[in-house]
Design a protein around this ligand. Structure first.
Ligand code: C2E
Ligand code: MG
Ligand code: MG
Ligand code: MG
Length: 278
């Protein structure tokens, strides 16, 4: 036990809990400065055509290069940002940075592929969200088709009507919306067809054991069937093995994202991934 290891009166559990709380407090304290002082970094993960290996898009994923804690993953600080309201300035930074990158890639003469950014529910519900996104695109004269937004199912659950109204305006503006982590939330199938979305991203938890677990495979097949019926595009998340790619191809799921094709990397390293087919 803790005592026999010389751990004093705290158990290992208490210790790590305390550490976690302390880390959270530090993150809370430092986040504002991080947004203002350029400590955030945007990584990009490839979305790839499962038939050709061709790069068909990227997802922008934020990281925080904390001066003392090192690289902090989003799952640690996004919840902190959401609780404090800092998620709005944070995601505005993400949008601006992604747009700057789209412009930089265009200037390098690279094939134009869409960049997806994640939008939290709090940010989505801001009254000026559509204007704010559009003006960020206008600033750099970016084709609306080059930006996609990923929203989670849970973001859809509340204020259904308001969400539908906001998403419709994005759709009218030519900005595609993906439903992220699909299958993990509580999307009511009865209103799926009312949502003005373009794409479903099948959550990694179903893809993980798709080659070994009949249930996961059945769920994925069901999602694919529904997506076709609703004329939605599909992206499979969290592909790690060749066998998963082969099966998805058999199921006629042609866009995938995952460590098999590439982890999220800094923008400079994305060109490496675009040569997958060669
Ligand atoms: P997400 O949007 O579902 O992004 C995919 C996450 O799955 C990424 O984690 C990515 O690294 C990871 N992933 C991709 N392929 C694989 C794989 O093959 N295996 C495994 N084990 N993992 C894989 P990351 O970058 O740590 O981001 C985690 C989550 O943080 C994202 O999940 C997203 O919900 C959130 N996030 C990141 N950036 C933002 C942002 O700007 N705004 C908001 N609201 N959330 C963000
Ligand atoms: Mg996402
Ligand atoms: Mg996802
Ligand atoms: Mg996910």
């Amino acid at each position: 036990d803790a005592k026999s290891r010389g751990g004093g009166r705290f158990s290992l559990f208490d210790h790590s809990r305390a550490q976690e709380n302390q880390e959270r407090l530090i993150l809370e304290r430092d986040l504002q400065a991080a947004i203002e002082q350029d400590q955030l970094v945007l990584f990009y993960q490839p979305k790839v055509d499962t038939r050709t290996g061709e790069l068909v898009g990227v997802e922008a994923l934020v990281r925080w290069k904390h001066p003392a804690l090192g690289m902090v993953p989003p799952l640690k600080f996004i919840p902190v940002a959401e609780e404090s309201g800092l998620i709005v300035p944070l995601e505005r930074w993400v949008l601006r940075t992604a747009c700057r990158q789209i412009q930089a890639w265009a200037r390098e003469g690279r094939p134009q592929i869409p960049v997806a950014v994640n939008i939290s529910q709090i940010h989505l519900m801001q009254t000026d969200i559509v204007e704010s996104v559009l003006s960020t695109l206008e600033e750099r004269m970016i084709d609306h088709r080059l930006l996609e937004l990923e929203v989670t199912e849970s973001a859809m659950m509340h204020n259904e009507e308001q969400v539908i109204a906001i998403l419709s305006r994005f759709k009218q503006a030519g900005i595609a919306i993906s439903l992220d982590d699909f299958g993990t939330g509580y999307s009511s199938l009865s209103y799926m067809h009312l949502l003005p979305i373009d794409c479903l991203k099948i959550d990694r938890s179903f893809i993980k054991d798709i080659t070994t677990n009949e249930n996961s495979r059945a769920i994925v097949e069901m999602i694919l069937t529904m997506a076709r019926q609703l004329e939605l595009r599909i992206v499979a998340e969290g592909i790690e093995y060749e066998e998963q790619v082969a099966l998805l191809r058999d199921l006629r799921c042609f866009v995938a994202q995952g460590f098999y094709y590439g982890k999220p990397v800094p923008a400079e390293e994305i060109h490496v991934c675009s040569d997958l087919s060669s």
